[in-house]
Design a protein around this ligand. Structure first.
Ligand code: ADP
Length: 631
């Protein structure tokens, strides 16, 4: 730790921060920005008048880096050093350094627009250009005017165009922390591979057998690829003749891994054992894995893109940018000279790859962000003219405004309504937040809270509901009461209610092919949502309300009415002729029910006439995911 490059710049950093309200710090990945800057400021009195906030675009980075800093300072995580991510807060009154996701800091600014508890705000990993960090940059610009005398803002990045950010903040100073990267030899493939999993496998085994010691880092696109490649590698390594080469251990690394699995990449390997780490782009800049000498770069990344003219999300595997390719290569040169094998030709790198990744703000639905900005109720902020580092298209801003209008969050003048203000208080997307408010009216808030919690943890919940669109969902519990035929939302509710009746038995979860960690998280999320909604609630928010015998079917009916209001901009009508649905509203297109849905059936006659959907996603077809019948 003591030889991290940033520590040699401690005096320079302190002098610059002392004299300027905003400073941009550019430093190579692994130079110590995330772990050391906060400690430098702590050592030099910056926590005397407030807390140091360090934002991270990714939840896993907030957790991992705070854990590391707590370790370095020899304190318990949650005491002087803590973290806060959505639905999980590990801080206390003693916390002086707080790692938090950029989304959590945005949310905090709703109740405290001047973020008074913080003396320093570090926007870390700004090069990732996450939607929330971009919005925070706009807000910081305003905040610094209000709190110039007692707030310091630091913006750090591994690759960001420093001049652009400096210009954005009235030409604030830029500090460059030179990294000490060793040279990395770049080797290109002669042609694009047919399968980057197979090519990566071959290349990794080739390196393992023929190259001297040093860990291998392979960049894959997502969890599915990673799992496939990890098991292929393990098989292959086992089949290698014992004694023909050193031992190897294969480690996956992606955002949905349980924390104890993520940490494994930070512990040194046993002697004479090579590590082969198979990661998403999380290992590009967010998490620095030491000891890597060989990098295999597939050249691809999985990216979620929103199309405002169709309202549809697609999760596409797209080519990385040149900046990303260079970051990936750099990972091979931290310990000693390394090699980067690009599984694509030089001509692709030169001619096909974009210079930099498109910022998330230009490829996301902005309904949640626009609602947030509106709820700040700042007289000087006009959403359509908000000062963004890179502005989103006016089409996507208009799309967001229309969606918000349809669910009563703003009125026809674009002013936020009382409903909109309540929605903004909930850490949920606008459609779900609106559903909760309506459910309170219809006396089915406890049920709606369960659905919202289940949907918020989607992905970790049901094994069969992963991104494999061709996979059918695993069978739901057999004892589900009538009503699940109405759709996924009702089924999610019923699953949780059944679990509740077993007093949250882990055996029941396992017996029903659900994930224990996921279900426990749902329970926790539900509890937190209850705490927020309690002040608006008409009655008890318990799953099992004791006040009277409830009519389940009536609850389902009311829940569906509430969903209809919450998802008013996500409604679809049956089109028998086209064997699917047509989305209704300002965008009209033909879509199908996702294969994972409980509504998916081979019997064409039983599809409902009208449904609402949680999201539209384009994979092999345009699909509605999480669908519920409405009348
Ligand atoms: P930067 O933010 O400039 O990319 P970091 O501060 O994240 O750099 O990393 C500095 C060093 O700390 C690296 O050598 C990295 O491997 C190490 N490090 C970071 N997080 C952890 C962790 N959770 N456990 C162990 N080492 C870590």
């Amino acid at each position: 730790m003591s030889n991290l490059p940033i520590l040699q710049f401690e005096d320079k950093i302190l002098a610059t921060v002392h004299e300027n309200p905003v400073v941009v710090i550019i430093g190579e990945t692994g130079s110590g920005k995330s772990t050391q800057l906060s400690q430098i400021l702590l050592r030099n009195g910056y926590t005397n008048s407030g807390i140091i906030a360090v934002t991270q675009p990714r939840r896993v980075a907030a957790v991992s880096v705070s854990r590391r800093v707590a370790q370095e300072l020899d304190v318990r995580l949650g005491d002087e050093v803590g973290y806060a991510i959505r639905f999980e807060d590990r801080t206390s009154e003693r916390t002086r350094i707080k790692y938090l996701t950029d989304g959590v800091l945005l949310r905090e600014s709703l109740s405290d627009p001047e973020l008074k508890q913080y003396s320093v705000i570090i926007l870390d990993e700004a090069h990732e250009r996450s939607l929330n960090t971009d919005i925070l940059m706009g807000l910081m610009k305003r905040l610094i005017k209000l709190r110039a005398s007692n707030l310091k803002v630091l913006i750090t990045s591994a690759t960001l165009d420093g001049e652009k950010v400096s210009d954005f903040f009235s030409e604030c100073p830029i500090l460059n922390v030179p990294g000490k990267l060793f040279p990395v030899e770049i080797l290109y493939s002669a042609e694009q591979p047919k399968s980057y999993i197979e090519s990566s496998l071959r290349k990794a085994i080739d390196i393992h057998v023929n190259e001297p010691e040093g860990d291998i880092l392979i960049f894959m696109t997502g969890q599915d690829d990673i799992e496939k490649l990890v098991s292929r590698l393990e098989e292959k390594i086992q089949s290698l003749e014992a004694g023909s080469c050193m031992d190897a251990v294969v480690l996956p690394l992606h955002g949905s891994l349980p924390p104890e699995m993520q940490i494994r990449v930070f512990s040194p390997p046993p002697k004479d054992c090579r590590r082969i780490i198979v990661a998403t782009n999380i290992a590009e800049t967010s998490l620095t894995v030491d000891g890597v000498v060989y990098v295999i770069d597939s050249g691809y990344v999985k990216q979620r893109q929103y199309n405002p003219s169709t309202g549809m999300y697609s999760l596409d595997v797209v080519e990385i940018s040149r900046v990303q390719a260079n970051q990936r290569a750099g990972r091979a040169g931290r310990t000693r000279p390394g090699k980067c094998y690009r599984l694509y030709p030089l001509a692709v790198y030169q001619d096909n790859l974009l210079e930099a990744t498109v910022p998330e703000i230009q490829r996301s639905s902005l309904a949640g962000s626009v609602l947030y900005l509106k709820s700040l109720d700042l007289p000087d902020i006009d959403i359509l003219k908000f000062d963004f580092l890179d502005a989103p298209s006016s089409e996507s801003l208009q799309d967001a405004l229309k969606q918000l209008f349809l669910i009563d969050a703003i009125d026809e003048n674009g002013t936020i309504t009382n409903i909109g203000k309540t929605m903004a208080e909930l850490p949920l997307e606008p459609s779900l937040a609106r559903t909760l408010i309506e459910a309170n009216k219809y006396d089915c808030l406890p049920q709606a809270l369960t659905v919202a919690a289940m949907l918020s943890v989607e992905g970790t919940l049901l094994p069969g509901r992963s991104k494999h669109t061709d996979k059918k969902r695993k069978q739901p519990p057999s004892e589900l009461p009538d009503g699940s035929g109405w759709g996924d939302h009702i089924q999610l509710l019923q699953i949780y209610e059944l679990w509740d009746q077993t007093d949250y038995s882990t055996d029941w979860v396992k017996d029903n092919n659900l994930q224990v960690r996921g279900m426990l998280f749902v329970k926790n999320v539900r509890k937190q949502l209850c705490q927020i909604m309690q002040k608006f609630a008409k009655g008890s928010l318990d799953v099992r309300r004791k006040e009277r015998r409830r009519d389940r079917q009536n609850d389902y009916k009311n829940l569906r009415k509430s969903l209809c209001v919450g998802y008013a901009s996500q409604l679809a009508e049956r089109m028998i002729r086209h064997n699917g649905y047509r989305t209704v509203g300002f965008k009209s297109q033909l879509v199908q029910v996702h294969p994972s849905s409980v509504l998916r059936t081979d019997d064409e006659g039983v599809y409902p006439n009208y449904v609402v959907y949680h999201e539209l996603i384009s994979t092999s077809h345009p699909y509605m995911r999480n669908v519920c019948e409405v009348e």
